[in-house]
Design a protein around this ligand. Structure first.
Ligand code: ADP
Length: 524
């Protein structure tokens, strides 16, 4: 950016926000915007996206429009900007008709530099006409992934943004921001918002201070209690997928004498606001919540985020888990995995209001998350790769990187699985395949004549649960794929065929059952 603009941007950063230097990616985006270019910024939660539009907004003449779906965040940001001396206001559904009129008048009078607006407002004709009369040199679209059907949080109201932007003359500079976007989603953002040769900044997705873990087969309640008690004085969030589970976990922690609070959409607005406030000020140590909690909450000292259940996709998981360690200090992100929770998520998709095409995407996204739970590669790298960066390094901190269980050669078992899948014509799912391998006396198995397959009962000495787990790991490791559908079907990849031909071996980590027995004997 020209030296003068750069100086101006840095001065604003210092005087308005009190920061000495820009963080990675911020200056490039700000320079582009102040130079009149469109921009797309993909930066993880906590990286500092807001500054990227707030600094240019403060520097420009006229009004900056910020489209944001998060009403709770809106108020916090508006308050903070006003305190910092940048007159800012918002327009959303919480205003009465009378307040709205006053607000419109004040905006038209040029009283504000920034106006936050909820996307739904853009569907109001009155509002769009009003926008046409204003001087708006710059529009920032926050949570821009909401514009994409491929994203995890598609919002139809985002589709009207570009139509409304067309009404503003001259055409404003448009900048889009999101924390999580795969390449497909990024392209959707550029296309739907009609960004014109935008400056693109994607900062690394990796969060160096976070350690990820997946815990399988644990007694969740006992684990939760032990964990929370082992971190006295520290703040954490426990996410559960249903209100009922939030209630249960919260009362359980309270009974143990832990200062826990609850948050879900079924509570009265006052209680939610109060609990959120208490948590922000460390009066509550643990917040037990559904995913209704956290959007836009900037609490820097959350030391751990425990997911009591699997989330519906990797995007949501990373966003929620990423609320740990926003201050840059170490944070732990733990997911308690149980196969039933995958069924719950499938049920939610099935019962959901999405059309069939969208549901297929949702099933596919859920698979991504199930794979995360079963992968043996670095968890941080899995996530980074999911978002389209193949270059990630193993973090050395996650439960996979620190897994010291022995690596065993499971080639023979893998071959049994693959040949069974092949003999079942690659038309069935995990459970059915496990039943055949187990040799289950099952009506459906007989219905298809699978008791006559040579692989029927090939793993009769194993529990069905263990076979299911083995298959899941083989899927996560890329030997098989599951189709994107409500009843996903196992298919073999080229790697599985190489294994079947005996050209490659398969290794998995196995529980050190023998070792631990030996150790306890030693100790005794
Ligand atoms: P995001 O929207 O990317 O999740 P925010 O914009 O809320 O992140 O910023 C996260 C935190 O980082 C905020 O507390 C913000 O004030 C702080 N921050 C942003 N930019 C800087 C900077 N250049 N220097 C220091 N702190 C910053």
């Amino acid at each position: 950016m020209p030296a003068q603009a750069q100086q101006k941007a840095r001065a604003i950063l210092k005087t308005v926000f009190g920061y000495d230097s820009f963080r990675k990616g911020q200056e490039e985006l700000i320079a582009g915007i102040m130079d009149g270019r469109d921009a797309i910024g993909v930066m993880p939660t906590g990286a500092g996206k807001s500054i990227c539009y707030q600094v240019p907004a403060a520097a420009m003449d006229g009004i900056t429009l910020v489209v944001s779906p998060l009403i709770s965040l809106m108020k916090d940001q508006v308050d903070a900007l006003n305190q910092a001396g940048i007159p800012t206001t918002f327009i959303n559904s919480t205003l009465t008709a009378q307040q709205l009129n006053t607000r419109f008048r004040e905006i038209a009078d040029g009283n504000f530099k920034l106006v936050y607006v909820a996307p739904e407002r853009l569907e109001s004709e009155r509002f769009t006409r009003f926008l046409g009369e204003l001087n708006i040199p710059f529009v920032a679209v926050d949570e821009a992934h909401c514009v994409s059907q491929w994203g995890h949080d598609f919002r139809p109201s985002y589709m009207s943004i570009s139509r409304v932007l067309n009404l503003i003359r001259p055409r404003p500079v448009i900048a889009a921001f999101t924390a999580t976007a795969t390449d497909k989603v990024k392209e959707d953002i550029v296309r739907h918002l009609r960004l014109d040769d935008p400056v693109r900044v994607t900062t690394g997705y990796a969060r160096e201070n976070l350690s990820f873990s997946v815990m399988k087969g644990v007694d969740k309640k006992a684990y939760l209690a032990d964990y929370v008690r082992s971190r006295p004085g520290e703040c954490g969030i426990v996410y559960a997928s249903t209100r009922r589970e939030v209630e249960e976990c919260c009362s359980y922690l309270l009974k143990l004498g832990i200062r826990a609070g609850r948050y879900h959409a079924g509570l009265a607005e006052e209680e939610r606001a109060r609990n959120q406030e208490l948590f922000l000020y460390d009066e509550l140590k643990v917040m037990v919540a559904t995913n209704a909690f956290g959007m836009g909450i900037d609490k820097s000292n959350v030391r751990y985020v425990i997911h009591y259940n699997i989330t519906k996709n990797v995007e949501s998981y990373y966003q929620e888990a990423g609320r740990a360690g926003r201050d840059g200090e170490p944070g732990e992100c733990i997911l308690l995995y149980a196969p039933q929770d995958v069924m719950t998520q499938k049920f939610l998709i099935e019962q959901g209001e999405s059309d069939e095409e969208r549901k297929t995407i949702e099933y596919g996204n859920l698979h991504g998350m199930v794979e995360y739970c079963h992968t043996t590669e670095c968890l941080q790298r899995y996530i980074v790769r999911y978002f389209g960066d193949p270059e990630g390094q193993a973090c050395g901190r996650c439960s996979c990187c620190t897994d010291d269980r022995e690596v065993a050669d499971v080639t023979l078992d893998a071959q049994k699985v693959f040949s069974c899948v092949a003999r079942m014509k690659q038309r069935f799912g995990i459970t059915m395949t496990a039943k055949v391998l187990r040799g289950a006396n099952d009506a459906k198995v007989r219905q298809f004549g699978f008791e006559r397959l040579s692989t029927y009962g090939a793993m009769s000495s194993r529990k069905e649960k263990d076979i299911v787990n083995l298959i899941n790991v083989l899927v996560a490791d890329g030997y098989m794929k599951l189709t994107d559908s409500q009843y996903p079907v196992l298919t073999l990849t080229a790697e599985a065929k190489t294994v079947l031909e005996g050209k490659e071996q398969v290794f998995q980590r196995v529980a050190p059952a023998a070792r631990s027995v030996a150790r306890s004997v030693d100790a005794g």
